[in-house]
Design a protein around this ligand. Structure first.
Ligand code: FAD
Ligand code: MEZ
Length: 608
């Protein structure tokens, strides 16, 4: 397996930059392509194509390469077919990224012409079966952390003007863009530093919390915003900003309706930990919410011709003479540093979960060995750059561990699996906590079990009903047995204890009361073969801290004053979740505060 060293990658990057620049300045020529015919470079796509007799113009139809690389990707599809078609041609690959990422990926996210290719998915997934893909796509984890202070003094190569700049293409950013357009904003640019849009939002599992929705009523669930407010405050240990929590709870139904009106219907309702009513909304078939919403957002962006620039990173916010934000410096993969002047900037850059250095600085008590569920772009850029222009940061040390990372992958096993009846046991086959308590307590309890792991035990009923168990089976990480004893043997759990524990649990379920651990609303028995076990362990998952905002999504400075022109929404902000976020409250926050930020930015733009 080809494993380039850091120095090698850097050198290749420099060469590639030189090549692209040369290509931009003069017509593509045979001498340049010959460079890619021998040595290591022959393994890059440029070399592979050159050997086949194709010249540079086969891929590069223009002399200038856009940062999103859309024109190159168009050329890939012309010769090789769409991602769907590639999915059928590469059907022997396990997993098959062409199939599992239809619509989400650009070819160049994984395949590079002039540097070693990196399978983008290996930034998040650790596939035991993926050693090396065709065309030199190797398994290499890229390093995304970047010292943003180095951009402070850099001068832009050009200046552009727009009304609204949105930074980050997760749920908060996309929602803000839709709301801003609905409120009349015509000129807006959205930038995303990664090669793939979607952020952590595309990974969302169980769903979006909302209270008093028509979907809850249809399912006979009683709930209201006051209950959601109380649960959120209690779950966050009463340190959340009640004004923000009030907005979250009161507007949650409106946000579900807003999504529904635009064609994203979250009609399935599941139960999350710490919520006194089932209120975690997802798509009708109970599938993962992230891919469903991300497709919805990408389709909306295509319909509205959104100016979405991938591979384009915010590196500095620019302040005007009165302290207001007037725009930003951004860095495009090919363009370099340029300035975008804007009447308003919305930060929707997500959290810090993929920045181990920052996490260690804030929380040295969290072992550096703990994995993350986050996508690699979650580096805290928006928080660092916001602070650089005077923004206040709240709850800075509040980092959430999710108790149920699927061991052997970075996939989260959704709380809705426990909500639907799965039971927690340890290696000894014993229960140790209520399955539906809050994450802080659950993560702490799982960490204390043998090997720092636990198992979610469920039966065929749950497997059939809850699609959220699917990933564990697709990745070959779920264990199975026709009896509980057999399951115990297959999963490495004490078989006798497991059978006895579940027999006792079923008695509690029949009685509707769990005197041992107080699991609320206990009713579903684990009694229908086959039986299954999924091994889980805690992982860094969510940043409760972040930029201080007011209920209008305006960023607040260290003196308690609004920083004019600067808005923020989603995980980049703090204050909503206090010391512990309830599962399902984040996507709710991104839609509600994403909408507010778009509407408020539109008001500012109309008045300037
Ligand atoms: P993101 O979706 O993370 O988007 C931020 C974007 O900004 C990213 O694409 C990032 O690359 C980009 N960006 C960052 N810095 C820059 C920069 N300098 N320049 C340009 N772009 C930049 N929450 C729930 O409520 N329910 C769930 O079921 C749920 N499941 C989850 C499952 C997983 C595996 C994970 C990781 C999280 C889950 N969460 C869930 C939490 C939730 O997904 C996130 O908190 C939420 O999606 C954050 O949305 P966002 O728009 O604020 O940020
Ligand atoms: O982070 C969440 O809210 C989450 C993973 C919810 C879930 O499905 O468990």
């Amino acid at each position: 397996m080809f494993k380039p060293s850091v120095g090698y990658v850097l050198m290749a990057g420099v060469l590639s930059f030189a090549f692209i620049n040369a290509a931009s300045a003069e017509p593509f020529n045979a001498d340049l392509s010959r460079q890619y015919m021998s040595g290591d470079k022959a393994a890059y796509l440029a070399g592979v194509h050159t050997k086949k007799g194709l010249d540079c113009a086969a891929c590069h139809t223009t002399n200038v390469i856009s940062d999103s690389e859309t024109e190159i990707n168009k050329q890939c599809a012309i010769c090789h077919g769409s991602l769907e078609q590639m999915g059928t041609k590469t059907s022997s690959q396990t997993p098959n990224p062409h199939k599992s990422h239809i619509g989400q990926m650009q070819c160049t996210a994984c395949h590079s012409g002039h540097v070693p290719s990196v399978a983008y998915c290996t930034n998040c997934h650790d596939f035991p079966t993926l050693n090396k893909m065709k065309q030199g796509v190797s398994r290499l984890k890229a390093k995304f952390t970047d010292d943003l202070s180095k951009y402070e003094e850099l001068k832009p190569v050009k200046i552009e003007k727009t009304d609204l700049l949105i930074v980050g293409s997760g749920a908060a950013g996309f929602t803000a863009s839709m709301a801003a357009r609905e409120a009349g904003v015509k000129n807006l640019i959205m930038i995303e530093k990664m090669a793939v849009p979607g952020g952590n939002s595309q990974l969302v599992a169980g769903g979006m919390n909302a209270a008093g929705t028509k979907f809850q009523k249809q399912a006979g669930i009683e709930d209201n915003p006051q209950l959601m407010f109380d649960d959120t405050m209690k779950g966050g240990k009463n340190v959340s900003n009640p004004d923000l929590v009030r907005v979250l709870a009161d507007k949650s139904n409106e946000s579900i309706e807003w999504l529904d009106k635009h064609g994203a219907t979250l009609s399935h309702v599941g139960q999350g930990g710490g919520s006194s009513a089932a209120r975690m909304h997802g798509p009708a078939d109970g599938a993962f919410v992230g891919p469903y919403l991300s497709k919805f957002f990408r389709d909306e962006a295509a319909k509205s011709n959104l100016d979405l620039r991938l591979n384009t990173k915010l590196v500095k916010l620019i302040k005007g003479t009165n302290g207001e934000i007037t725009g930003a410096l951004v860095k495009g993969k090919h363009t370099g540093i340029y300035q975008i002047d804007a009447k308003a900037v919305i930060l929707a850059t997500g959290g810090i979960g993929a920045n181990p250095e920052l996490i260690q600085k804030l929380r040295p008590d969290i072992s550096p060995e703990v994995k993350t569920s986050n996508q690699p772009g979650s580096q805290g850029d928006g928080i660092i750059l916001g602070e650089n222009v005077g923004a206040a940061v709240v709850d800075a040390k509040e980092i959430q561990l999710n108790p149920t990372l699927l061991v052997g992958s970075p996939v989260i096993v959704s709380e809705t699996v426990r909500g639907a009846g799965a039971v927690f046991v340890n290696k000894e086959g014993k229960r140790f906590i209520s399955e539906l308590t809050t994450r802080d307590k659950t993560s702490a309890a799982v960490s204390k079990q043998t090997g720092g792991v636990a198992y979610e035990i469920f039966d065929q009923k749950v497997r059939d009903k809850v699609k959220q168990t699917g990933a564990a089976f697709e990745l070959g990480l779920a264990k199975e047995g026709r009896t509980l004893e057999e399951l115990g043997k297959n999963a490495g759990i004490d078989p006798k204890n497991l059978a006895a524990t579940i027999a006792q649990y079923n008695k509690y379920a029949e009685a509707g009361n769990d005197p041992e651990f107080g699991r609320p609303k206990i009713s579903a028995k684990v009694d229908t073969p086959n039986f299954y076990a999924i091994e889980v362990t805690p992982a860094i998952h969510y940043y409760m801290g972040g930029l201080k905002i007011n209920p209008q999504a305006k960023v607040i400075d260290k003196n308690g004053k609004v920083i004019e022109g600067l808005f923020a929404a989603g995980e980049v902000t703090g204050g909503v979740h206090g010391k512990n976020r309830l599962g399902g409250n984040s996507i709710s926050e991104t839609i509600t505060f994403g909408r507010i930020s778009g509407e408020e930015a539109a008001k500012r733009i109309a008045n300037n």
